[in-house]
Design a protein around this ligand. Structure first.
Ligand SMILES: O=C[C@H](O)COP(=O)(O)O
Length: 251
């Protein structure tokens, strides 16, 4: 079965509204006619406007970068999954290392976020990945297994079949230091094996696993050519339409 190829941009906390609209318009104007699913992961306040801009396009989709784990209530400053759905988001990035590091998000909390996102019809792009010390101690595969076990392996096979996994080695995020294609392939194959053990080969074969961490037009082709790499979660390079679309055209 052919897996979905996905290139998702994570704008993080960048671009004011006017700049974000310009970026979305530029991506919409340049996008390729290929089968690649292109996702714009915008700040919350951009979602409505970007949703209108990409409405009617073939392969452009909208993602949020986080959601709260509860349905609604007294959580000042927070945004719920149903709110995201109501403004046109189809995806939500969960478990990003910056959320883990700066906002203390752990596996138990992320499991709740994954559940509520799915309950509202959002597709989680679930991030996992090790820090440098873990990689150097060669515990990276075990660590990623813990992350997946704690946050997504409680799902039924049906529910798991809806999600996207993003492997992002923390040491490669925003550092200019990319995982080598071999390092990416090793981990992606290991993740697919974990999924296979949990849900069987069919689900594992159908799951899109994205690579993230200093992915750029110059290195995307080599990384995406690995058999278990199904695309990328792109930070810095997603802020320039030309670079983002060039990455999408790297399959
Ligand atoms: O979500 C995206 C990743 O954190 C990668 O960021 P980067 O491409 O700037 O290294």
């Amino acid at each position: 079965m052919k897996r979905q190829q996905i290139v998702a941009g994570n704008w993080k906390m960048n671009k004011d509204l006017a700049e974000g609209k310009d970026l979305a318009k530029a991506v919409a104007a340049q996008k390729s006619a290929s089968d690649v699913v292109l996702i714009l992961g915008t700040p919350f306040i951009h979602l409505s406007a970007v949703s209108e801009i990409i409405d009617g396009t073939d392969n452009l989709h909208l993602s949020a970068q986080n959601c709260h784990q509860e349905e609604s209530g007294a959580y000042t400053g927070e945004i719920s999954a149903s709110m995201l759905k109501s403004v046109g988001a189809e995806y939500v990035i969960l478990g990003h290392s910056e959320r883990r590091e700066y906002f203390g998000e752990d596996e138990a909390l992320l499991a709740k976020k994954v559940d509520i996102a799915l309950a509202h019809g959002l597709i989680p792009i679930f991030c996992c990945g090790e820090k440098l010390d873990v990689r150097e101690a060669e515990n990276h595969v075990a660590l990623v297994k813990e992350q997946l076990s704690g946050s997504v392996f409680h799902l039924s096979a049906d529910a798991f079949g809806k999600i996207v996994i993003a492997y992002e080695p923390v040491w490669a995020i925003g550092t200019g230091r990319t995982a080598s294609p071999e390092q990416a392939q090793e981990m992606h194959a290991a993740i697919r094996e974990m999924i296979s053990e949990q849900y069987g080969a069919e689900v594992a074969e159908a799951t899109s696993i994205l690579y993230g961490g200093s992915c750029k037009p110059g290195n995307a082709k080599e990384i995406f050519s690995q058999p278990d790499v199904d695309g990328g979660l792109i930070g810095g390079a997603s802020l320039k339409a030309e670079d983002f679309v060039a990455i999408a055209n790297s399959f």
